[in-house]
Write a protein that binds this ligand. Sequence first.
Ligand SMILES: C[S@@+](CC[C@H](N)C(=O)[O-])C[C@H]1O[C@@H](n2cnc3c(N)ncnc32)[C@H](O)[C@@H]1O
Length: 194
Amino acid sequence: MMLAKTFMKSKTIDKWLFLKKFFQNPRDVGSIIPSSNSLTQKMMEHVPWNHVHTLVELGAGTGVFTQAIYDLIRPDAKVAVFEKEEEMRELLKREFDGFHMFTNALELKDSLSSIGVAHADCIVSGLPFANFSRSDREKIIRQVCETLCEGGLFITFQYSLQMKTMLQAAFNEVSISLVPWNIPPAFVYICKKS
Ligand SMILES: C[S@@+](CC[C@H](N)C(=O)[O-])C[C@H]1O[C@@H](n2cnc3c(N)ncnc32)[C@H](O)[C@@H]1O
């Protein structure tokens, strides 16, 4: 499905916050600016919106994907958003009323169980896995696999193909596409649990 929609979450103040957080913690923030509209569209176009009752977003930043999710998700769906940087999380709390906010993707399963969620239909991620230790990458991917329901999708982007082997080992189907219109250009990974 092609999404023609332009998502309007690109305020200058958000970009300054992103840049500030990058300088404070480059490893975790992973980029100097939020993802582009092209990358947001590519991340969102594979989500089967009518069938998603529970969605998780990991590493939301200033909320470019969160805004798209807010615009497209069924009104009765449950959404849980994880963002480690407090100032960004406070911004997300103010802007996305009704979404459940959590701090650390490493605590994915425990956080979801605190709101009575055991499984998700879709998990969208902006986490900079390439900057994490191997052990943290494995912890998060293991919890993502355990959380997704059968047929569920894990959609993530990275600036390299470094995660390809780990994701292909964890999921039955993985497809990868390049989005050149982003700084830097990004690879989108669509991973299916079946
Ligand atoms: C590359 S940015 C992506 C932000 C946004 N999704 C976008 O595409 O513009 C990565 C985000 O992941 C957050 N992050 C890093 N490690 C995290 C963790 N363990 N749990 C939750 N968020 C994390 C960072 O604070 C940062 O906001």
